[in-house]
Design a protein. Structure first.
Length: 475
């Protein structure tokens, strides 16, 4: 059913209708459109713009359609242009001319903006639960390996020894920032465009704040033009989803490296790895690779929406039809990747002995020599130079730092006494890193405890918002 046409002498050409049609993807907004229609109906009824008996009839049909939609018996037609026209068509079939009464004071412009905000809030709250589950899996694994030394890396070169629990826990911090971004995004997104009409508000006695409260929003958007044209919340959501994807990609890269033959640190569970159709020995980290690959897709979705938005003038433009598919795709992508990735993390085992054996290789204890000299009053620039000379001697003779003799140490710098051997060990290096955020066992233990506490707070915040939202949607 067309929602316009009175001033036209004919309908759109077939190829124009095909270009305009969005029902194949915006049908996903149907539950939110029905819910926002119920809120709009209440406003119209309270303003006495619809008689109570008519309002009751419309309300009953809308609730009936909600049930039919949930059961899968309410479906669009190939002739429907979009979700709004499809639902009005069904209402008209059930109610006759009264089925078009809800169009009073409402445009598809504020209607779709409201539906998309509701959809975004609902689904990103669900994704937050997946992110929290991944955080939990990471921290459980970090706690398990909080006593396991491993080489730390910069530039993919051995840098300094760290506890492997510290290495793992860093990923929970990046995900915590993602959750913080979602909370901030939620605060900006939870405002209703409903009542803005096409762009100028309405001459009818509507109450946008009442419909906003009915739908569970924090309030109504104060500028009707901004209400229908704003898609910051879509772009910002896509940025957050891209960052989550990037964090998964970086984790995935590490899982690929750690499970390689060259590293040999990680063993993937059979349920979270794949084989080869030709090489029977292969055990491939496909989940990590797919997460890494799909990050590009998420970035592309963000880029497409930013490019679409950059030149739009004034209020609503049809270009905004292009906001939905990228958002839907990014949400669907992460909903698919996150549970599988969490399972991979939770079931991976790590080779403590192999990690520990390589923790001191690559001259990763050189900084301990420099710090030893600094504690003896030597300026760090000189201490750094002396430590570098120790490395040079080792490279020339094919030895590790701890294999230098006392005489060789003393010849490089007179302050390098035999006491250097007390700190020239992996355990000594780890134990000395007691600064806040450092890799000493107690520091990492405290870090994991703080993170678990933050996750519990996040879990409650997101659960409260999701329960509030689902309660509003169920009204």
């Amino acid at each position: 059913m067309a929602l316009w046409g009175g001033r036209f002498s004919s309908g759109p050409a077939g190829d124009v209708f095909a270009l305009s049609q969005s029902i194949d993807f915006d049908w996903r907004l149907a539950p939110y459109d029905l819910r926002s229609s119920l809120a709009h109906l209440s406003v119209l009824e309270n303003a006495k713009l619809i008689e109570k008996s008519d309002a009751d009839a419309i309300r009953n049909v809308l609730k009936e359609m909600q049930v039919e939609l949930a059961e899968g018996t309410l479906l669009p037609s190939d002739q429907d242009e979009d979700v709004h026209s499809a639902l009005e068509r069904v209402m008209t079939q059930k109610l006759g001319p009264l089925g078009g009464a809800l169009r009073a004071g409402r445009s598809r412009n504020d209607q779709v903006a409201t539906d998309l905000r509701l959809f975004s809030l609902d689904h990103i709250l669900q994704l937050a639960e997946f992110v929290i589950a991944l955080q939990r899996a990471i921290l459980k694994k970090a706690d398990e390996y909080n006593d396991a030394p491993a080489p730390g890396f910069t530039h993919l070169q051995h840098a300094q020894p760290v506890l492997f629990g510290h290495e793992l826990a860093k990923h929970a911090h990046s995900l915590d920032r993602d959750l913080s971004r979602i909370r901030d995004w939620y605060a900006r997104t939870s405002f209703s465009p409903l009542g803005a009409g096409a762009l100028a508000g309405s001459s009818l006695e509507l109450d946008p704040e009442a419909s906003a409260k009915d739908l569970g929003f924090e309030g109504a958007i104060e500028n009707s033009i901004d209400a229908v044209s704003d898609r910051d919340f879509v772009a910002e959501a896509l940025f957050i989803l891209s960052m989550i994807g990037i964090h998964l990609s970086r984790m995935g890269e590490e899982w690929c490296l750690w499970s390689s033959t060259e590293f040999g640190w990680a063993t993937l569970d059979d349920a979270y790895a794949t084989g080869s159709s030709i090489m029977p020995q292969k055990k491939n980290p496909d989940i990590a690779e797919l997460a890494r690959g799909k990050a590009g897709r998420l970035i592309g979705n963000l880029t497409s929406v930013l490019a679409m938005l950059k030149g739009l003038p004034f209020a609503y433009n049809r270009d905004l039809q292009e906001d939905k598919e990228p958002l839907f795709d990014s949400i669907d992508t992460l909903a698919l990747v996150l549970p599988a990735f969490t399972g991979m993390v939770a079931t991976t085992s790590f080779d403590r002995a192999r990690m520990a054996a390589s923790a001191s290789t690559g001259f990763s204890l050189a900084t301990e020599i420099a710090d030893f000299l600094v504690r003896d009053g030597i300026p760090f620039a000189q201490a750094h130079e002396a430590a570098g000379k120790c490395v040079h001697v080792c490279e020339e003779s094919g030895r590790e730092l701890h294999e230098l003799t006392d005489a060789e140490f003393n010849a490089i710098h007179p302050s390098l006494t035999s006491g250097i051997r007390k700190v020239l060990s992996v355990d000594g290096a780890l134990a000395s890193r007691t600064t806040f955020g450092g890799t000493a066992p107690k520091s990492v233990e405290s870090q994991i405890a703080r993170l678990n506490s933050k996750i519990s707070i996040s879990e409650k915040w997101f659960a409260d918002k999701a329960n509030h939202f689902s309660g509003m949607m169920g009204q």
